[in-house]
Design a protein around this ligand. Structure first.
Ligand code: AMP
Length: 185
């Protein structure tokens, strides 16, 4: 978890590789659908471009299907999910059904100025439709309002691992690895 621009996607791939598990990114799945103009993609395109959240039912259904796939049997990393209280609840239900539990929730922190700078830079490189200044601001607001409060939920459950997302990719990756190993011990 973490605000847009904290480096979730990049770090998720690194962690997943380290543990030999799939990184499941709701944002990536939605973007692929938008790109391929699937019925789901057409449904979510506008809301994504505006920086809002896709509806919980659609998002939860997507994750339920994805977690049922074979490659998730040996563990998985969720990137950008859950993001709302209803998603936390739905995920709890899915995990109970699968007989699994979360090992940790990584919170990647980064201050607002830094994430805005990063996202504007990413806009130049990747050309993501939602990386413009106005949408970035909306996404940060939505994160603060809808998602940041969920960190307390996972802290109460003893699952939260907070990691400073400032620094180069390898440095932050090492910090996450160390924090996860320390949690395991
Ligand atoms: P991300 O790549 O994680 O920054 O997600 C990009 C966009 O996809 C978000 O701004 C939302 O519009 C949508 N999205 C991704 N994950 C979720 C989620 N868990 N719930 C609702 N919308 C999501």
């Amino acid at each position: 978890m973490g605000p847009p621009g904290a480096g979730k996607g990049t770090q998720a791939k690194g962690i997943a590789e380290r543990y030999g598990i799939p990184a499941i990114s709701t944002g990536d799945i939605f973007r692929t659908n938008v790109k391929n103009e699937t019925p789901l993609g057409l449904k979510v395109k506008e809301i994504m471009n505006a920086g809002g959240y896709v509806g919980d039912d659609i998002t939860n259904g997507l994750i339920a299907n994805r977690l049922a796939e074979e490659d998730a049997r040996g563990g998985f990393l969720l990137d950008g999910y859950p993001r709302t209280p209803a998603q936390v609840e739905a995920l709890d239900g899915m995990l109970a059904e699968l007989g699994e539990k979360l090992d940790a929730v990584v919170s990647l922190t980064a201050d607002t100025d830094e994430v805005v700078t990063r996202l504007l830079k990413r806009a130049e490189i990747e050309g993501r439709a939602d990386d413009n200044e106005e949408t970035i601001r909306t996404r940060l607001d939505v994160y603060a309002k809808e998602t940041a409060p969920l960190l307390a939920t996972y802290a109460d459950r003893g699952l939260l691992v907070e990691v400073d997302g400032l620094g180069d990719i390898d440095e932050v990756g090492q910090r996450i690895a160390d924090a996860l190993e320390a949690k395991k011990a």
